[in-house]
Write a protein that binds this ligand. Structure first.
Ligand SMILES: C[S@@+](CC[C@H](N)C(=O)[O-])C[C@H]1O[C@@H](n2cnc3c(N)ncnc32)[C@H](O)[C@@H]1O
Length: 392
């Protein structure tokens, strides 16, 4: 229970990560490169924002004309409703406005709208944003924000991490186009993975390696300080259903023979052949760049393969996870096995059911544990694997 409370508090702190302008600009440019009119005539909604200083609002407002937007809507969440409290400085922009209300400033969300050249300076940009308080606290699940979602064509945001699954479902039920940030591991969640498998959503332009740097409000968990701003590195990725060029670039690969001879990975180079799983009719490929070009059967690859996935080159069949490989079933369970520590061959007390549905290989592996049955048959399980096959 204490652990659960701690985890919840940690998640809530992670809700207050703010995206850098550069990351938004670089990501959006990839969709524009692929289709320069992708935003033309469109209404863009930025939910879960803090429009006075959100870089999402800044980017889309400053580029309103060049993107050809019809309307930009940005909404924020009420300070009193935030799970992680930090001192909020009301901006002069808010306190000097005629609609300023000291109570609503804490209890209500805000809506910012951009459609016209309010200032009359000949341009539509950040200075032309018009704002008011929302009726409620700006929760994306509220009726009023859901209505805005339904009005929009494209939804762009970095949603609260603690509500990611709910936010994702909220987006998917709308059927709208979207660009959003999520944690790398979200791709293996059983409510999310099927959309990847069916090519309904995919990884955005930015490569997965290196994670992403965010401004953080949690001063107790900071990775670096840049110009006085607290920054945190998070293993985040962009998810989208908007097309971009990188996903259509096939991976450059070597044949199986060449991998076995020349691979830079020592767990491939020098082997006689790739390992075959004990419980799936597939071979183990521990690195995406070690996928053999000339293998036509099913392969188990790390989930980071999705970063390099080109749907014209491969198809995805499933994932080693309960409920995610229905179309590619396992052939064996390990209920009569026990778990052992590799370092001293002592029992951990856990049963082999722990490895059911993982990708399992005969023999001890490189992981900290392995499994053995009463006959002394030894197996180990790999990390999460995606099952893929070359497009025929
Ligand atoms: C990860 S931050 C990202 C903020 C902004 N989109 C950005 O990237 O700069 C998520 C934001 O969603 C807000 N939030 C938390 N719960 C929310 C909810 N139920 N509805 C709407 N916003 C929420 C948080 O307070 C936080 O400001």
């Amino acid at each position: 229970m204490a652990n659960e409370t701690l985890a919840k508090a940690k998640e809530a702190k992670n809700d207050e990560f703010y995206t850098q302008y550069y990351d938004i600009e670089r990501e959006v440019e990839a969709y524009l490169e692929y289709n320069p009119d992708v935003f033309r005539g469109k209404t863009v909604l930025l939910p879960c924002d803090d429009p006075e200083w959100s870089n999402f609002t800044l980017y889309f407002a400053q580029n309103f004309e060049s993107l050809g937007l019809k309307k930009l809507i940005s909404t924020s969440y009420a300070p009193d409703s935030k799970k992680y409290k930090y001192p909020i400085q009301l901006t002069l922009f808010e306190t000097s406005a005629p609609q300023y209300d000291a109570v609503k400033a804490k209890t209500n969300g805000k809506i910012f709208v951009l459609t016209r050249d309010k200032t009359g300076d000949g341009h539509i940009d950040h200075d032309d944003l018009e704002w008011d308080y929302l009726e409620g606290d700006g929760d994306f699940r509220s009726e009023e924000v859901t209505k805005l979602r339904d009005e929009a064509d494209i939804i762009v945001t970095n949603p609260p991490f603690s509500l990611f699954k709910e936010f994702f479902a909220w987006i998917m039920e709308s059927g709208k186009q979207f660009i959003m940030i999520g944690n790398k591991n979200c791709v293996t969640v059983k409510e999310i993975f099927p959309y990847f498998k069916d090519n309904k959503i995919w990884s955005g332009r930015k490569e997965w390696a290196g994670g992403m740097w965010f401004r953080t409000m949690n001063k107790d968990d900071v990775d670096k300080v840049v110009n006085g701003v607290n920054m945190k590195n998070v293993p985040s990725i962009w998810l989208t259903n908007l097309d971009h060029g990188r996903r259509h670039e096939p991976l450059q690969l070597m044949t199986m023979d060449d991998n076995l001879k020349y691979s830079k990975h020592k767990n491939i180079r020098g082997k006689k052949t790739y390992d075959h799983y004990d419980n799936y009719d597939a071979i183990e490929v521990p690195h995406t760049d070690a996928i053999p070009l000339d293998y036509n059967g099913v392969m188990g690859v790390p989930i980071s393969f999705l970063d390099k996935y080109c749907p014209e080159q491969f198809e995805i069949l499933g994932l080693t996870q309960f409920g995610c490989h229905d179309g590619f079933p396992d052939s064996r369970k390990y209920n009569d096995y026990k778990e052992y520590r590799t370092v001293d061959n002592k029992e951990t007390g856990a049963s082999g059911t722990k490895t059911n549905e993982n990708a399992v290989i005969v023999g001890k592996g490189e992981k900290k544990t392995y499994y053995m049955n009463a006959e002394g048959r030894i197996v180990h399980s790999e990390y999460k694997r995606l099952f893929i096959r070359k497009k025929q």
